[in-house]
Design a protein around this ligand. Structure first.
Ligand code: SF4
Ligand code: SF4
Length: 297
């Protein structure tokens, strides 16, 4: 897989506008005046370059057997809060017992090339990087949730609680740590999420777990910038995922795309997802209706 030039760094000492300041000072009008609004109307940041790195993913539906290792890998890697799943695996059923077939469909963020979430974000917090990753700058996000409403794939999660109150266990209580792990395992908190990424040097990794901001799959940008694969890709036991540079014909993802027929979710609405599903789509309502008419179910 091609590696993007590393853009990691520490947080610069720059002036930030807090959400409270933003809302108190008249919101969008304030940011428009300060030149920080880039997400309104036609977004200049959304036009991904056709040259250079163009990250994408394939998901082979013929190989997925629903073990959910990708969901767990994503949760651990990104320290996502309780009941938040940046990666999710949907289950489809076809037929009636004993003639039943199951099919699974993993769903990360599609990192759309024509992303509605980027278009509607009033403060430019949601933006598309040059390499195609759709990111959320948590230092700019004001928690308006427009992105969640506009996304046709339901991949956005709003953080209702502070990070330490939204985890499954209260790791700050020594008694609980002792009870659960015998005190042997320290609470896992990935320090990579505190770094800034990309040429823009923005806080876009799992650091979104602060109250009042939006979070979603980042294609594990903190790993990708180190030349590693996203956690779901690296941990799938069935090699369902391929990830890499779509502009490189020899990358894993390009080769996977050449081997099988593919489709993209809700392609007809024009979002231009960067996630390609290999194999046949899961059976839908129409398929079941046809079976019912033939008297087979
Ligand atoms: Fe935005 Fe949703 Fe597309 Fe992800 S899947 S880029 S959140 S519109
Ligand atoms: Fe932008 Fe979404 Fe944050 Fe609103 S909630 S500021 S649309 S990223």
């Amino acid at each position: 897989m091609a590696k993007e030039p590393s853009g990691r760094g520490t947080r610069p000492n720059r002036k930030k506008i807090s959400r409270r300041e933003f809302l108190g000072a008249g919101g969008v009008a304030t940011l428009a005046a300060t030149g920080l609004v880039t997400g309104m109307g036609e977004s200049s940041s959304q036009a991904a370059t056709s040259e250079g790195i163009k990250y994408g993913m394939t998901i082979d539906l013929e190989r997925c057997f629903g073990c959910q290792a990708c969901i767990m890998a994503c949760k651990v890697e990104n320290n996502t809060p309780m009941a938040v799943f940046w990666m999710y695996v949907f289950r489809f059923e076809e037929g009636r017992y004993p003639r039943v077939r199951m099919q699974y469909l993993p769903r990360p963020c599609m990192h759309c090339d024509n992303a509605p979430c980027v278009k509607v974000c009033p403060v430019g917090a949601r933006y598309k990087r040059e390499d195609g990753i759709v990111a959320t700058d948590v230092e700019r996000c004001i928690g308006c949730r427009y992105c969640a409403v506009s996304c046709p794939y339901s991949v956005n999660y709003y953080n209702w609680k502070d990070s330490d109150k939204s985890q499954y266990l209260d790791w700050t209580t020594p008694e609980e740590l002792l009870q659960v792990t015998g005190g042997a395992i320290p609470p896992y908190e990935n320090p990579d999420h505190e770094a800034l990424y990309g040429r823009e040097m923005r806080l876009i990794s799992g650091g979104s777990h602060q109250k009042g901001v939006m979070g979603k799959c980042t294609f594990c940008v903190h790993r990708v910038e180190k030349g590693l694969l996203p956690a779901c890709v690296a941990n799938c036991p069935a090699t369902v995922y391929h990830f890499g540079n779509l502009n490189d014909p020899e990358s894993d993802v390009s080769r996977a795309l050449r081997k099988k027929r593919f489709f993209r979710l809700a392609e007809e609405i024009g979002t231009q997802p960067r996630v390609y599903y290999l194999g046949a789509p899961p059976p839908g309502l129409e398929f079941r209706k046809i079976q019912a008419m033939e008297g087979r179910v």
